[in-house]
Every structure is written in C-alpha cells, then in structure tokens.
Design a protein. Structure first.
Length: 84
C-alpha cells in the first residue's frame, strides 16, 4: 500500500519517517520528494507498506498528528493518471 504524508518538516529524514510507520507493520520504502533544482524537501513523502490493513491502521493513527512541530496529513496515495 502506498501512503502519502504531507506537511512534513523540511529537516525530517527517511529513517525518522520509517520509525513512525514501523509500529504498524513492515515498511518497504520511504521517498521524500525533493526539488530538482535545490535538492530541498518539498514537504511531503510517500511510504510504501507491505499490506493494506497495516497501511490503513497507520493512516488512522498518524493523520492530523504533530510530528517535528508540524501537523501532518496522512492518507492513501493515488496513482497519477496518464493523460496520454
């Protein structure tokens, strides 16, 4: 399951995000989205978890919680639709 986490601190690391999600299940990957020009975080990331149930539990527990001084948004990530 792919999960979107928004409004994250610009200084948070992938390891810190993984630690937040580990209590809910196996974390397959964490990708913080960065600006191509500066390499700076854009303030959101994607977390891939092993299964849907664990992902839903993480979303329910972490959405609208304060992490590193910011109220984060956590929800199911939707695949980008191809416009071609």
């Amino acid at each position: 399951m792919n999960i979107y986490i928004g409004n994250i601190s610009y200084s948070i690391t992938p390891e810190e995000i993984k630690e937040l999600f580990l209590p809910f299940g196996n974390v397959l990957s964490v990708k913080i989205i960065t600006d191509k020009q500066t390499g700076r975080s854009k303030g959101y990331a994607f977390v891939e978890m092993e299964n849907e149930e664990e992902g839903q539990n993480a979303i329910k527990a972490l959405n609208e919680t304060e992490i590193s001084g910011r109220n984060v948004k956590v929800n199911s990530a939707h695949r980008k639709e191809s416009t071609e």
